[in-house]
Design a protein around this ligand. Structure first.
Ligand SMILES: Cc1cc2nc3c(=O)[nH]c(=O)nc-3n(C[C@H](O)[C@H](O)[C@H](O)COP(=O)(O)O)c2cc1C
Length: 189
């Protein structure tokens, strides 16, 4: 599938991206790599350039990481702690008619910033899996996130261990089916 998509001109960073649930538990990201992930988010477009995003970044082994891991759901606890970095993604909440700095598009904008991070990770030879299987209010309480910020998702970044799969090829049997293009195009009929 990857070869077919790249032959047709889809950018290799997009064609090769997939979300692993196995990360090399010995691999650490360089500080400069983590800075680049945040930089990629920083340069995402946003409504009115409001930049309604913030991130809690934990490196495996540090205190922030330990505090994030505490709030993982049973399903993500099986794989996420072994990623090199966990990032909690926060969006600024919007209050209609009182909030001129931010907009009702903050979740849209945050998603786009996280997509930037994900593709930047891919460009660095890393992988990412975004996930919502954690206690969002638990993370908000843990880190004193004020009410006008919403803890939305987390992202796990790291290296896929060599072996059964490679960063460019998801393990055989993993379903990554996509709806056909014709179903994505609204014709108005
Ligand atoms: C907002 C969001 C929430 C997600 N939540 C979870 C999750 O809780 N657990 C999980 O294992 N994967 C989660 N995923 C990963 C998706 O299942 C995955 O992206 C999807 O199956 C498509 O696969 P691909 O990223 O390999 O193309 C989430 C992804 C997004 C964007």
């Amino acid at each position: 599938m990857l070869d077919d998509l790249t032959d047709r001109g889809l950018h290799p960073l997009l064609a090769a991206r997939w979300s692993p649930t196995t990360f090399d538990p010995m691999f650490d990201l360089e500080t400069t790599q983590i800075e680049l992930l945040v930089e990629a988010a920083r340069w995402a477009p946003s409504a009115g350039n409001s930049q309604p995003w913030a991130f809690i970044v934990g490196r495996r082994g540090d205190d922030t990481h330990r505090r994030l891991v505490r709030h993982l759901a049973a399903s993500s606890r099986r794989w996420a702690p072994s990623a090199s970095v966990l990032v909690a993604n926060l969006a600024h909440r919007y209050v209609a008619d009182t909030d001129w700095e931010y907009s009702e598009f903050s979740l849209y904008d945050l998603g786009q910033a996280v997509a930037h991070m994900t593709i930047q990770a891919q460009a660095l030879g890393l992988s990412a899996r975004q996930f919502r299987a954690f206690d969002r209010s638990g993370v908000a309480d843990e880190f004193g996130v004020p009410d006008h910020w919403e803890v939305t998702t987390m992202s796990a970044f790291g290296l896929v261990p060599s072996g059964a799969s490679s960063p460019a090829h998801p393990p055989a049997g993993r379903s990554r089916e996509r709806r056909p293009v014709r179903e994505l195009l609204w014709t108005g009929q």
